[in-house]
Design a protein around this ligand. Structure first.
Ligand SMILES: NC(=O)c1ccc[n+]([C@@H]2O[C@H](COP(=O)([O-])OP(=O)(O)OC[C@H]3O[C@@H](n4cnc5c(N)ncnc54)[C@H](O)[C@@H]3O)[C@@H](O)[C@H]2O)c1
Length: 360
């Protein structure tokens, strides 16, 4: 394959960030798009100069010119389209969350094992330059042994926050419909990013405890927030926590989504602070490290959240050309799914839950 021909399935909101990766790419071409909504499919094909457009994903998969597909649909379709694409002999990248159940994750892993083509689950936060730099610092021992992690998410007021700024379009309503989204706008949908990052930074998780409150948000959707999730890592006496709160009146400066994240990692010799990710709520250097009384600020990193999509998709394309597995593998995606579901089960049953308990 000289240049990989990619098909995007589900070209709604997030597809606009995925499409950026193919602009001027020497390695890949955005060849086809598919959306159940014909107007959307036509419009995107025109906008991105795709050769073909479809409304039925089976027809896109039947096109032998398509080498690889990205699945960017509502969550209840991730497993079925991934399996069909692998059976059709395509490479697959599927947006988070991997699927809506662990049984579906298992079926996707089995389909990938049967295929000579690979599947990866796309989680973009790890490609955000400040997250990648934090991981590089941790792995180089810059703060000694990583001992604990504290993660925070704030979801702010949706819609226009300041005249003349790029505004956030409302989140699609299907994300609050449990049958389509899998249930858990925060714990599963958003949580997939946070749990994946918690594992990326400090390793495998053993067990989880969670408190999750269900409250209507500013548009009347029932949101699983505020929530507090705590966990124990498998390796050593090491703990992590994630606190999420929606503050309907907070104006979050953002080009993308009215929510932001920050992370503090304590090591045996110092600290790493990641001060933002999706938006730019905190007006501070994006990454700060403190060791031996010396504070180092990393101010020259690219802080555009959109770059994480470009970097993440280009890594996937390179992984195909180089014959390697891009993160997350199916097995890694399944563990993140178990982590999210374990937090929900814990909150329901008021007890700690081991990840292995989540089997279906
Ligand atoms: N930070 C992130 O990485 C991030 C942010 C937002 C969304 N997402 C994920 O991206 C995915 C899509 O979310 P979105 O916000 O773009 O949703 P969206 O509703 O804007 O887009 C989904 C599109 O899929 C289309 N679709 C539905 N059924 C289809 C079918 N059978 N065949 C083809 N197309 C079909 C819809 O018409 C729609 O245009 C989800 O997995 C979501 O969790 C990730």
């Amino acid at each position: 394959m000289e240049r990989i021909r990619v098909g995007l399935i589900g070209v709604g909101r997030i597809a606009t960030l995925h499409a950026l990766a193919y602009k001027d790419s020497p390695d890949a071409e955005l060849y086809a798009v598919c959306d159940a909504n014909e107007q959307v499919a036509r419009r995107r094909a025109e906008e991105w100069k795709a050769t073909r457009w479809f409304t039925d994903y089976q027809q896109l998969l039947a096109d032998p010119a398509v080498d690889a597909v990205e699945i960017l649909t509502p969550h209840n379709l991730h497993a079925q389209i991934t399996i069909a694409a692998l059976e059709a002999g395509k490479y697959v990248s599927v947006q988070k969350p991997m699927a809506i159940s662990v049984a579906e994750c298992d079926a996707m892993i089995a389909a990938a094992k049967k295929s000579v083509k690979t599947m990866r689950v796309f989680e973009n936060f790890r490609y955000y330059p400040a997250c990648a730099k934090a991981k590089e610092l941790l792995d180089s021992g810059a703060i000694g042994d990583a001992l604990s992690i504290r993660m925070k998410v704030t979801m702010g007021r949706q819609g226009e926050w300041a005249p003349g700024r790029v505004i956030e379009a409302p989140i699609p309503t299907w994300r609050f419909d449990d049958r389509v989204s899998g249930g858990g706008r925060v714990a599963l949908d958003y949580g997939f990013h946070i749990m994946a990052l918690a594992i990326f930074f400090l390793g495998d998780v053993d067990k989880v405890f969670g408190w999750i409150t269900y409250r209507p948000d500013q548009r009347g959707h029932i949101l699983d927030s505020p929530a507090m999730i705590i966990w124990k890592y498998r390796d050593g006496e090491r703990y992590g926590c994630w606190q999420v709160v929606n503050s309907d009146e907070i104006q979050v400066p953002t080009k993308y989504f009215a929510e932001d994240e920050w992370v503090e990692i304590t090591g045996s010799k110092g600290f790493i602070w990641l001060n933002r990710c999706t938006a730019s709520l905190l007006d501070r250097p994006v990454l700060v490290m403190q060791r031996d009384g010396v504070t180092t600020e990393y101010s020259n990193l690219d802080t555009d959240f959109g770059s994480s999509f470009v970097l993440g998709n280009r890594d996937w394309i390179r992984s195909i050309l180089e014959g390697r597995q891009a993160p997350l593998s199916g097995e890694e995606g399944k563990i993140v799914t178990q982590f999210c579901r374990a937090a929900q089960l814990s909150a329901r049953e008021h007890r700690e839950v081991r990840l292995e308990e989540i089997t279906a």
